[in-house]
Design a protein around this ligand. Structure first.
Ligand code: ADP
Ligand code: MG
Length: 442
């Protein structure tokens, strides 16, 4: 590992960095709350968080690909101008040029360097050697497997001999074995004494991957993205994923994500004659989950009652933990299920819903949607107008939920509302309206 320079000064650092984007509809989306994060020599920092929480945005700010909205990005203690010259990035999708050979694709990593041809060739050969592509100099990307293509991506990042390697979900498009091999090779490279590579900053939504690799794990909580948990990981390498200490860290992170997404709310004080509803008390966002996935979860709980734990359910439906959490959360705000600790259990209403015929389900769903404050934005307007311009609704959603993408929330609301028979959206005219009662036939 590189030992020159001041060990204390981070290679890359964010100080109180925030970021907002404009959505397609021109609304300001607040993606990051003030973020403080530093990567120093010798560290392997994993940034963990669910999809859409702002991980890639942080990586782009840290490496100088984009500018923060406020706060500061630093390089070795000084304000960062342009890209961080100590850093190289590997993206999830391999981002190779199909018309260039392996060798030429790797050489792209030296494009901005002022080096002689011979030096460039030597550097390219070395990177290709390190990453195990020695017989593929002249191959084209289409001739390579996904794993080999990602090796080219890594070789391209390493060819400039970066002090810090940044990985954005670099293993998530690969099969399990290929991903594991690449992870181990990168760990070996990072740990080998005397190499140029001193630090790795990796973005991932894979909890096991973070625990397997990182010396420090930063868990990002979503909407807005903020640092929720920082864990030092002193486990010796190579790490055994079966060891109790490894499992303890995985569980700890699982729990922190579950409890922030599915908090056990204190019970509301019931109003006599009124159903208890969490939707009544505050404006709550809804997960961007299609109705079909909610129905799928409820059917699964019904058909396989032995599945009561959120991790088992996640395994069973074969989705990422983060996605499963979103589906569970959707079913929970509709009051079909309850989530004490990491258990997932039917409510009375949920049982009744799943036992009902399509018309009955529709009626129950409508009643639950009615209880969600967010839907009152649309329902109140539909009370007074035949049709409403969706643009106006999106504006109102944006004002109510500054950390959500209002267009996406709108689409999901329409999908839920359509299933409930409460609303529909004409994409040609852009108008939202109450659908005509279908004639009830059997
Ligand atoms: P992650 O990498 O954790 O999945 P991102 O940083 O890519 O999250 O995105 C965070 C949020 O910012 C998402 O809601 C995403 O839709 C939004 N976003 C990202 N890039 C842009 C952009 N260029 N314009 C508008 N919104 C964006
Ligand atoms: Mg990302």
């Amino acid at each position: 590992m590189n030992s020159t320079g001041n060990k204390k000064t981070p290679i890359a650092e964010l100080k109180a960095v925030t970021k907002s984007y404009l959505t397609e509809g021109g609304h300001e989306l607040k993606v990051l709350d003030p973020i403080d994060l530093a990567v120093s020599d010798g560290e392997l920092v994993a940034l963990l968080g669910q999809s859409g929480s702002g991980k890639s945005t942080i990586l782009r700010c840290l490496t100088g690909l984009i500018k923060p909205s406020s706060g500061m990005a630093l390089h070795k203690g000084s304000p960062l101008h342009g890209v961080n010259t100590d850093a190289s990035i590997v993206f999830q999708t391999f981002a190779l040029y199909p018309w260039l050979t392996v060798e030429q694709n790797v050489a792209v990593g030296l494009m901005s360097r002022d080096m002689s041809r011979a030096d460039k060739q030597e550097a390219v050969d070395r990177a290709i050697e390190i990453i195990g592509l020695a017989n593929y100099h002249a191959a084209y990307p289409r001739e390579l497997s996904g794993g080999m293509r990602q090796r080219v991506g890594i070789a391209r990042a390493l060819v400039s001999r970066p002090r810090m390697l940044c990985l954005d979900e670099a293993f998530s498009a690969l099969d399990v074995l290929t991903a594991e091999n690449l992870r181990q090779e990168l760990l070996t490279l990072w740990r080998s004494p005397g190499g140029d590579l001193s630090s790795i900053f990796m973005v991932t939504h894979n909890i096991e991957e973070a625990v397997e690799m990182a010396t420090r794990i930063v868990v990002l909580f979503p909407r807005p993205g903020r640092v929720g948990l920082v864990l030092e990981n002193p486990l010796p390498y190579p790490r055994d994923s079966k060891s109790p200490e490894f499992q303890r860290l995985v569980k700890l992170i699982h729990e922190s994500i579950t409890t922030t997404t599915l908090p056990d709310l204190p019970p509301e004080v019931p109003v006599p004659g009124q159903p208890i509803s969490r939707g009544r008390s505050r404006m709550e966002s809804i997960p961007l989950v299609p109705v079909g996935q909610i129905l799928g979860l409820l059917s699964l709980l019904h058909d396989a009652p032995e599945l009561s734990n959120i991790y088992d359910i996640s395994d069973e439906i074969g989705r990422e933990f983060g996605e499963t959490i979103a589906i569970v959360k959707a079913a929970e705000i509709l009051e079909f299920i309850d989530t004490p600790k990491d258990e997932v259990v039917f409510t009375e209403l949920g049982r009744k819903f799943i036992a009902s015929d399509p018309a009955g389900r529709k009626a129950i769903f409508a009643e639950q949607v009615f209880k969600l404050r967010l839907f009152h934005i649309i329902l109140a307007l539909l009370n007074e107008h035949e049709e409403i311009d969706s643009e106006r609704i999106v504006q109102d959603i944006a004002a109510a939920l500054p950390y959500d993408n209002p267009e996406k929330i709108f689409q999901t609301m329409i999908a839920w509302g359509r299933y409930a028979g409460l609303m529909d959206h004409n994409t040609k005219t852009g108008m939202v309206f109450v659908p005509k009662e279908e004639s009830e036939q059997g």
